[in-house]
Design a protein around this ligand. Structure first.
Ligand code: NAD
Length: 356
């Protein structure tokens, strides 16, 4: 298969981990005789420094022309401490999602048995958890109108959804549920928010068409609690942009660490694959970042964008194997892990590559 892949490492640990996702794809191409051509582009703080724009036109043009995108993370401490900065790294990410029509963010929460002890949740609660989140990605307070009063003392962000935006992501979630345990939980705050009431009406209406799927509606506050109390009760979770952002970070604890979770953003055309974590200022440049989420993102890319299931499973198996051998990065190690088994970013990345 001949394919073009655009790699956007971004900022902070994005640079450190994405190289391993790319190397994993290159090794797969070699092993299975595919021809993947890689190109690199700038986004986020790096791009602002180089061009003044968090999403340079050149990056957007390359993104529109490629077959799939492997992304790292954006963000820099300078902007986190300066909320009034007009040009910000995250504008690049929000714009590329909008421009590429990436309205559905899929976040599989897969727990490797080897990491049962890495989570702060009890192993007996966790074992067997397998959740697929569908987070809406191009609506909600992220894209609604933002206002600040003239005296700057009052601010608002508009939480807004239209029927078609809910329908198109719900459709994907219902179809995914059909290939899994046939359960769908739609999470909203319909007791308080009008946009959530619209969300619930649309999902209820669509449920009439998917009679083989068991549909449940849950308020976000309850869902946040149930996720920790009994994660196994969930199969497919469908939710809005803001709720999904928060719930999936919480759910990362089911997988042991943010460094283990991959995501796929899909929509009308090109797919965009990235770890769910950010640029992690606290560990940048220390060879401490877990590269497994980037490698698992590469696996999603192979599966979803290229339909290469065997190759995608090969990457997951390599990750599983490294964990079985007892190797850990610091974020997924625990008190019982021997120091000699704790690897840095580069060493962990190389172990996986060697096992593909
Ligand atoms: P973060 O995800 O960067 O880090 C949260 C915590 O998880 C940190 O303690 C970090 O060390 C740890 N962590 C994250 N990824 C890890 C990995 N691969 N291996 C080991 N540990 C890991 O979130 P934050 O600290 O809230 O934000 C830092 C910056 O990232 C901010 O500028 C924020 O805007 C940005 N951000 C970007 C994205 C994105 O690009 N998609 C997402 C979230 C945050």
């Amino acid at each position: 298969m001949n394919k073009n892949i655009l790699v956007i490492p971004g900022d902070g640990i994005g640079q450190e981990v994405t190289t391993w996702g790319q190397k994993a794809l290159a090794k797969i191409a070699d092993k299975y005789h595919h021809n993947f051509t890689f190109d690199i582009a700038l986004m986020g703080h790096e791009a602002i420094e180089a061009t003044g724009n968090p999403l340079p036109d050149e990056t957007l043009a390359k993104a529109k022309a490629t077959d799939a995108i492997l992304f790292g993370a954006i963000g820099h401490i300078k902007y986190d401490n300066d909320p009034s900065a007009k040009v910000r790294p995250e504008q690049g990410l929000l714009k590329i999602r909008k421009e590429l029509g990436l309205y559905a963010n899929l976040r599989p929460i897969k727990l490797f048995d080897e990491l049962l002890e890495a989570s702060s949740i009890k192993p007996e609660i966790l074992k067997g958890s397998d959740i697929l989140f569908f987070r809406e990605l191009t609506g909600d307070v992220y894209f609604g109108e933002k206002k600040r009063s003239e005296d700057r003392k009052t601010a608002s962000d508009l939480m807004i959804y239209s029927t078609y935006e809910v329908e198109r992501i719900a459709e994907k979630a219902f179809l995914a549920a059909r290939t899994r345990r046939k359960k769908l939980c739609s999470v909203d705050k319909a007791n308080v928010l009008e946009s959530s009431r619209l969300w619930r009406e649309v999902v209820q209406e669509m449920a009439k068409k998917y009679t083989d799927i068991e549909v449940e509606h849950m308020f976000i506050d309850n869902a946040a609690m149930q996720l920790i109390k009994d994660p196994k009760r969930f199969d497919v979770v469908l939710t809005a942009n803001l709720f999904g952002d928060i719930l999936t970070d919480e759910a990362s604890q089911i997988a042991g660490s943010m460094g283990m979770l991959a995501s796929a953003s899909i929509g009308d055309k090109v797919g965009f694959y990235e770890p769910i974590h950010g640029s992690a200022h606290d560990i940048v440049g220390k060879n401490l970042a877990n590269p497994l989420a980037s490698i698992l993102s590469a696996s999603l890319l192979l599966d979803i964008s290229f339909g290469l299931k065997t190759e995608a499973d090969n990457l997951i198996a390599a990750v599983e194997q490294v964990l079985k051998q007892g190797f850990r990065t610091k974020d997924i190690a625990n008190a019982k892990t021997e120091a000699s088994m704790i690897l840095g970013t580069k060493e962990m990345g190389q172990k996986v590559i060697d096992l593909i």
